[in-house]
Design a protein around this ligand. Structure first.
Ligand code: NAD
Length: 433
């Protein structure tokens, strides 16, 4: 079972590693590529190129521990494809970071940026380290040394990292500072997910949850369902889940269930979502505040209109897919549905709006942050939210037209949109030399 991913700013998260019962991140990304390619008239040589990363950088990151000893870690930056713009994707600090995982998750970022029509390609990186075993000073030294080791291959026009599992806005501020010191000029656009005081964007933390809520509203509209008459269950009450639940509650939906790692609160008449602290506000408060606690497994099979898995990967599996009673599933987490479960849901006509569209608000506001940094001009929260909504509607529109035109699932439609854009760009640029 996947672990929860914190601050997965650019949204490629932890789940692809296990997005089928036993598939690696790279296998999943390649399977998704081949699957989408079969539905398109596309030059096979382009598909072949997309099966591989452009470059993978592996570096040695030695740091001095607080006790004076030196420890050496391995860091990676996998750059998958940059045909549409600079590479973009998270940096994670996790003991299980591997080269192949970075490649697979980097590919996933390529699809996510393309479905949103952002002028970015995909990348992923990290250091194989347990960040919980590092003091703050050690983490800072690790980040600065890692920044130095990958300095030549990142930059605002080259590759723009963001926070992911085990890294956060503070890590990004150190990385930006280390890079800027060496470049001799302050370069905020080298990373996104920074604290606003050094060029981070308003509305960034809330963005993935906001995009989940916007997409839920759009999919409900599509199926002629009024939000006021829609019941919603949300698994996970963290950055993604709580923001999505609160917005949907504000917009008139009835949120009947929310959960944390210990279980779920279920109130058939509707939960006052503002009164329950999110994971950030008070970790694992949902079950503390609940009168009636049900299990996370029960939450997934509640008879609601919309189910939003927003905690971790691989929660809808071949074991429970037949019991999912919701008509619509909107993927807030990365890879919450295994591929076997996906087929079962498709056969049962349960609409599943995929993660690469639904939670892409994170990377979209990262793009806004990059624009603000380059222009040295901060946007208001209102502008960020308005522009995010416009981007989500545009991406939704593109996916919806493929869905209607080709009679495929929402997931296939999203991958078709992404792959066609990438393939067209490769077609237009050609092969050098
Ligand atoms: P978070 O740590 O803020 O919150 C996670 C929530 O899930 C918490 O309420 C936690 O109690 C709950 N949880 C943990 N383990 C659970 C379990 N076994 N069963 C049920 N609930 C459990 O995390 P987040 O940032 O909201 O991320 C959630 C998911 O969304 C992850 O898959 C992540 O990769 C993905 N995602 C996050 C972002 C982002 O920027 N935060 C962007 C895109 C995708």
């Amino acid at each position: 079972m996947a672990s929860t991913s914190r601050s997965d700013h650019d949204g490629s998260g932890d789940a692809p590693a296990e997005s089928t019962e036993s598939e690696s991140a790279l296998e999943t990304a390649r399977r998704q590529l081949s699957h989408a390619a079969t539905r398109l008239e596309i030059d096979p040589s382009i598909v072949e190129r997309l099966r591989y990363p452009k470059k993978v950088h592996e570096v040695t990151v030695p740091i001095e521990r607080d006790d004076g000893t030196v420890e050496v870690f391995t860091g990676y930056r996998a750059q998958h494809d940059s045909v549409r713009g600079p590479y973009k994707g998270g940096l994670r600090y996790h003991p299980e970071v591997t080269r192949d995982e970075c490649v697979g998750l980097g590919m996933w970022m390529t699809w996510k940026c393309a479905v949103m029509d952002l002028p970015f390609g995909g990348a992923k990186g990290g250091v194989a380290v347990n960040p919980k075993e590092l003091s703050s000073a050690e983490k800072e030294r690790l980040t600065r040394r890692f920044a130095q080791e990958i300095r030549d291959v990142i930059g605002p026009n080259q590759d723009i990292p963001a926070p992911d599992m085990g890294t956060d806005p503070r890590t990004m501020a150190w990385l930006m500072d280390a890079y800027s010191m060496q470049e001799g000029e302050t370069t905020p656009g080298v990373v996104t997910g920074k604290p606003p005081v050094v060029g981070g964007s308003e509305g960034r933390e809330e963005a993935p949850g906001r995009s989940v809520a916007i997409v839920t509203q759009l999919v409900c509209e599509y199926y002629d369902r009024q939000l006021e008459e829609t019941t919603v269950a949300v698994q996970g009450y963290g950055s993604v889940g709580a923001n999505a639940a609160r917005l949907l509650d504000d917009w008139g939906a009835t949120v009947v269930a929310i959960s944390d790692v210990n279980g779920a609160m279920y109130e058939p008449e509707g939960i006052d979502t503002a009164s329950v602290p999110s994971h950030d506000e008070e970790p694992e408060a949902v079950t503390t505040y609940a009168d009636d606690v049900i299990s996370n497994d029960e939450l997934l099979t509640l008879d609601v209109d919309v189910l939003i898995p927003a905690a971790l990967g691989n929660v809808i599996t071949k074991e429970n897919a037949a019991a999912i009673a919701a008509d619509l599933v909107v993927e807030g987490a990365n890879g919450p549905t295994t591929s076997t479960a996906d087929s079962i849901l498709a056969e049962r006509d349960v609409a599943v709006v995929p993660d690469i569209l639904a939670n892409a608000g994170g990377v979209t506001v990262s793009y806004f942050e990059w624009l603000q940094d380059i222009n040295r001009r901060a946007w208001s929260l209102e502008r960020v939210n308005d522009e995010l909504e416009a981007e989500m509607r545009a991406a939704w529109g593109a996916v919806r037209s493929e869905f209607e035109r080709r009679d495929v699932t929402w997931r296939d439609a999203a991958y078709i949109v992404a792959l066609s854009r990438i393939a067209e760009a490769h077609e237009a640029r050609g092969l050098w030399p």
